[in-house]
Design a protein around this ligand. Structure first.
Ligand code: PEP
Length: 249
């Protein structure tokens, strides 16, 4: 069985103090006796304060991005080993904002994915189509390509040990969510693409998840949790969404 997971992407928001405050609140109120895992992805510069705030709790920490190279003259970059050293267990790879605004290609994403696994981090591979691609009925093809780009350099088994987040680009930060049927169609296709080994792969849905729409999304058979942006910046909302995932268990 795939493990259930709720992840919060804080993007480029907050101060060290506000990040530690949310993290402290989650650490105090969350325990994963229900087998749902919780992860937060703060900005790099807040990783230390967040890792301290969640220390000893059931809340895990991850980086929002990483460099594909191990070390060297890459000014401004952060390696997988550095993230692991800061206490990260996870890292987002190929978030649509990285792909669209910072020119990350499927090839770069594949290199980052590999670098993350080599350093012992669990990559959360983000995939999803643009509005235009959906309108042109290319959704399943685009998502399949984004996934196969990663399966070329890594073995399928390694991909199955990762987490995959389906995030339609048109639903991120827009308040517009995929319908549960739209989301399930893509999650089902991803699961089929992964074959037998993918039965245990955690598949998340992301794109304007909030306390009102989470329950129907999480009820879908191939959705094992959510990657939540805006709503993860409020501890109450994030915990409420996590609770709805527990209720599906
Ligand atoms: C995200 O950043 O991955 C995301 C899903 O954002 P939001 O929930 O705000 O749409």
């Amino acid at each position: 069985m795939a493990k259930s997971l709720i992840a919060g992407n804080w993007k480029m928001h907050g101060t060290a103090a506000s990040a530690a405050a949310i993290a402290g609140e989650l650490a105090k109120r969350w325990n994963n006796q229900n087998s749902v895992e919780m992860i937060v992805f703060p900005p790099f510069v807040h990783l230390t304060s967040v890792a301290e705030a969640v220390g000893g709790s059931d809340v895990a920490v991850g980086g929002q991005n990483l460099c594909q190279f191990e070390s060297g003259a890459y000014t401004g970059e952060v390696s997988a080993a550095m993230l692991a050293d800061m206490g990260c267990q996870y890292v987002l790879v190929g978030h649509s904002e990285r792909r669209a605004l910072f020119g990350e290609t499927n090839e770069t994403v594949a290199e980052k994915f590999k670098a993350a696994q080599q350093a012992g981090l669990i990559p959360v591979l983000c995939v999803g189509e643009s509005l235009q691609q959906r309108q042109q009925k290319q959704t399943l093809e685009i998502v399949a390509q984004q996934i196969s780009a990663v399966t070329e350099p890594v073995a399928l088994q390694d991909l199955c040990r990762a987490v995959i987040a389906y995030e339609p680009v048109w639903a991120i930060g827009t308040g517009e969510t995929a319908t549960p049927e739209q989301a399930q169609e893509v999650h089902g296709a991803i699961r089929a693409q992964l074959g037998d080994a993918g039965r245990e792969t955690t598949l998340l849905y992301g794109g304007s998840v909030n306390p009102s729409n989470a329950v129907e999304l999480f009820a879908q058979p191939d959705i094992n949790g959510g990657l939540v942006g805006g709503a993860s910046l409020k501890a109450d909302d994030f915990l409420n969404i996590a609770q709805q995932l527990i209720e599906q268990e």
